[in-house]
Design a protein around this ligand. Structure first.
Ligand code: SF4
Ligand code: SF4
Length: 304
């Protein structure tokens, strides 16, 4: 709800009947910060859809490379600031490809990483320090999250960055022009599937072997640990898990978990506070597993 600069989001309901988020259409200005901040795509842009924008970037990169272009830097620009965009493009080198969207936050972390596995050497946002504070906060937070993931992968933090147009007066930003030579084509699936697929490709490319990586406490990615001595398989955590990251197939007593689906909301931990049977871990990856299958891995937390 903090992501909306117009105050159009509100939480309805209570702990007994459950909560739901409502969007007030009279207040909503379509900025899309909620869509960027939402880790599950429960709120997403209707037109264009995130997939359409992502596919447009993938096609643009493929055409650029087919025509012999090198070191493609994607500059995501807002159609609201055309004169600023033109000023930025005049100052930047020719390998910077503008992608104009109505609102900067309408494309999220999944699209940024999908660009990197399709030959973009860097993804920049043409932002202004005059943008509403909430938009800057959300963009900074999401880019900060992306930069932590990049650092964990051994890539420069500036590979995904915000370019404040005002700063061009002082000189060019740090440009990343190291081609990872990845051209994987369409990245399909849900927001999290697309993000984790790109991360898996980058993990393999970078040869990252330490497959558990720390993340900030605010990260909507991570694992849960079950204390099997305390777990009674009551299924209380399964009942409240909103993403079905915790689940039970129903054919035998067991507690299963899909790391990729866990948004670290903490509802499972709260469900059984006296038992201390579950705890959250802000990290990505699972030790001793092949990087490619890490985040899609289904794990058994407890069974009898
Ligand atoms: S981890 Fe806790 S809440 Fe989940 S099934 Fe086991 S005892 Fe129940
Ligand atoms: S923190 Fe717990 S309840 Fe929330 S998504 Fe993860 S497993 Fe489900």
């Amino acid at each position: 709800m903090d992501a909306c600069p117009a105050g159009a989001l509100s939480s309805q309901g209570n702990d007994k009947i459950g909560h739901k988020i409502e969007i007030n259409p009279y207040l909503c200005q379509g900025v899309g910060t909620c869509a960027t901040a939402c880790p599950t795509e429960a709120i997403h842009y209707a037109l264009p859809t995130p997939q359409e924008t992502q596919k447009f970037i993938e096609r643009t990169l493929a055409n650029y490379h087919q025509q012999g272009g090198e070191n493609a830097i994607i500059l995501i620009c807002s159609s609201r600031h055309e004169s600023y965009n033109a000023m930025a493009l005049n100052a930047l080198p020719e390998n910077v490809i503008p992608v104009v969207v109505e609102e900067l936050p309408s494309v999220g972390i999944d699209t940024w990483f999908a660009a990197l596995v399709n030959g973009a050497t860097q993804v920049l946002f043409a932002a202004s320090r005059h943008m509403p504070e909430t938009i800057q906060t959300v963009l900074n937070s999401e880019v900060g999250m992306a930069q932590q993931l990049l650092e964990n992968l051994g890539l420069a933090r500036e590979t995904i960055d915000i370019l404040y147009l005002e700063s061009l007066r002082e000189g060019l930003p740090t440009l990343v022009e190291k081609d990872l030579e990845l051209r994987i084509g369409d990245v399909e699936g849900s927001k999290r599937e697309r993000l984790f697929h790109s991360l898996d490709v980058l993990t393999a490319k970078q040869g990252v072997t330490d497959t558990i990586q720390p993340l900030p406490t605010t990260a909507p990615y991570g694992t849960v640990t079950c204390d099997t001595d305390k777990c009674t398989l009551c299924m209380g955590c399964v009942a409240v898990c909103p993403t079905k990251a915790l689940y039970n197939k129903g054919d035998r007593p067991a507690l299963d978990f899909v790391e990729q689906d866990c948004v670290q909301c903490g509802m499972c931990e709260k469900r059984a506070p006296n038992l201390h049977c579950l705890s959250l871990n802000k990290s990505t990856g699972t030790k001793n597993l092949e990087p490619k299958s890490l985040r899609f891995m289904k794990r058994k937390l407890r069974s009898v």
